[in-house]
Design a protein around this ligand. Structure first.
Ligand code: HSE
Length: 435
């Protein structure tokens, strides 16, 4: 019985997790595949660092050609991340009819079309379960389990690092900068955390999910993206008082033949399932027309959870190779010829509920001036909170609105900020009901 031969490119945190899972679960994997799955070669520029896992002599190589040029390798696993040379290696593997597994969300979000087109043309499978939500099987849910649904919305916590920081800011009432420094020391945040805390990583993942859910490519520039670095503990305290919690959400909704796709800090009801998701966990809330609400929750990062998703893909693609099929499940979920360009709505046209924290002089008539501006733009107020009483001094005035148009709130905000009684730029946060 010929074993399935796997070549791994990238022996970092996830790569070593894959080695561990393939080894410790070799027996069940063989029973599920019907043949042994063997890690034949591992390519990495650094083959001397101890990765905490034993590999048989002769497995490690610094030459990626030892994997890509070897006709015996069935499945190539790309775990180096970034655009190049990852893209080149994946395209070469596809050209050589090797099945491909990748966890590379940045590459798929930015160059997915090129990779998917190559896969379709060569009838080669590409698995990328690990690219979104770490160990959560969200990709397979979209392409298979929920494939009978029209997806109304996808909403969720898609970045563990920023969720970890927000959870600690909320619980410990401490500033972003302070928690970030600690998270870096503890290994929860990268030395350069910008992809995570600026919302870009979540936007990459949202782009991949929108592509699969709606059968349309999405350009990253079309996704409104705002991170968590500007958040203040003052707003977290007010949120708590109002029965709300701030989470960095990726949000996609189908509305009138177009799609809303955005990533930003969002106020959600403190009692909602998403609000309970703490630390590095991810949770994705989908609404399908047939299934209704589905929430997938689990570890969104880490060596073994991400390796779980990679090995799931290896098993899937191994089964396909043994059965002599490929692209049975199209990598884009929709068949290539049935994909279409669905417009992504400009941010100005979305509707949301809003939280405004105006810093105002504590004097009569302030609220009527601000509410007058909001009312003039068709924005209806749902509640107002003012704390403290310091006549003549600056105090925060928090206003929650009913569902309003983004363009209207932005215009109103400019007018509010121009009022002489407003002492600093107003904080704006968007709010979701998560019904
Ligand atoms: N950096 C990501 C996160 C993990 O913090 O969620 C990998 O997708």
């Amino acid at each position: 019985m010929k074993a399935i031969q796997v070549g791994l490119i990238g022996f970092g945190t996830v790569g070593s997790g894959v080695v561990k899972v393939l080894r410790q679960n070799a027996d069940v994997i063989e029973k599920r595949v019907g043949r042994p799955v063997v890690l034949a070669r591992i390519a990495d520029l650094d083959v001397t660092t101890d990765r905490g896992v034993q590999v048989p002599a002769g497995t490690l190589t610094t030459k990626v050609g030892d994997i890509l040029d070897d006709p015996a390798i069935d499945i190539v696993v790309e775990l180096i991340g970034g655009h190049e040379p990852a893209k080149r290696f994946i395209l070469q593997a596809i050209e050589r009819k090797k099945s491909v597994v990748t966890a590379n969300k940045a590459l798929l979000a930015d160059h997915g079309e090129e990779i998917f087109e190559a896969a379709f043309k060569s009838t080669v499978d590409v698995g990328f379960e690990a690219s979104v939500g770490g160990g959560i099987p969200i990709i397979r849910s979209l392409t298979e389990g929920l494939a009978g649904n029209r997806v109304a919305s996808i909403m969720g916590i898609m970045n563990g690092t920023s969720n970890y920081i927000l959870t600690r800011m909320t619980n410990e009432h401490r500033d972003f900068a302070e928690i970030l420094q600690e998270a870096k020391r503890e290994g929860y945040a990268e030395a350069d955390p910008s992809l995570d805390v600026d919302g870009i990583d979540a936007a990459h993942k949202l782009a991949i999910m929108v592509n699969l859910a709606y059968g349309t490519p999405v350009r990253m520039a079309e996704i409104f993206t705002e991170g968590i670095s500007g958040l203040s503990t003052v707003d977290m305290e007010f949120a708590k008082e109002l029965g709300l919690t701030i989470k960095l959400l990726g949000i996609a909704k189908l509305r009138d033949q177009s799609i809303e796709a955005r990533v930003h800090p969002t106020l959600v009801p403190a009692g909602s399932p998403i609000a309970q998701v703490g630390g590095v966990y991810n949770a994705i809330h989908l609404i399908g027309d047939a299934v209704g609400d589905v929430v997938l929750y689990g570890k969104g990062a880490g060596s073994l959870p991400t390796a779980s998703a990679v090995v799931g893909d290896i098993i899937d693609l191994a089964r396909n190779r043994i059965s002599g099929v490929a692209c049975r499940v199209p990598p884009t979920s929709f068949q290539w010829e049935h994909r279409q360009l669905i417009p992504i709505r400009p941010m100005a046209t979305i509707e949301s509920m809003y939280y405004l924290r105006c810093m105002v002089k504590d004097q009569p008539n302030v609220l009527s001036k601000i509410s007058g501006i909001l009312g003039g733009h068709g924005i209806s107020i749902s509640s107002v909170l003012q704390k403290g009483r310091k006549a003549g001094q600056t105090v925060p005035l928090v206003i929650l609105t009913h569902r309003s148009l983004e363009a209207a709130i932005q215009t109103a905000l400019r007018e509010i900020n121009a009022l002489p009684l407003v002492s600093e730029p107003t904080t704006l946060l968007r709010m979701e009901e998560l019904e």
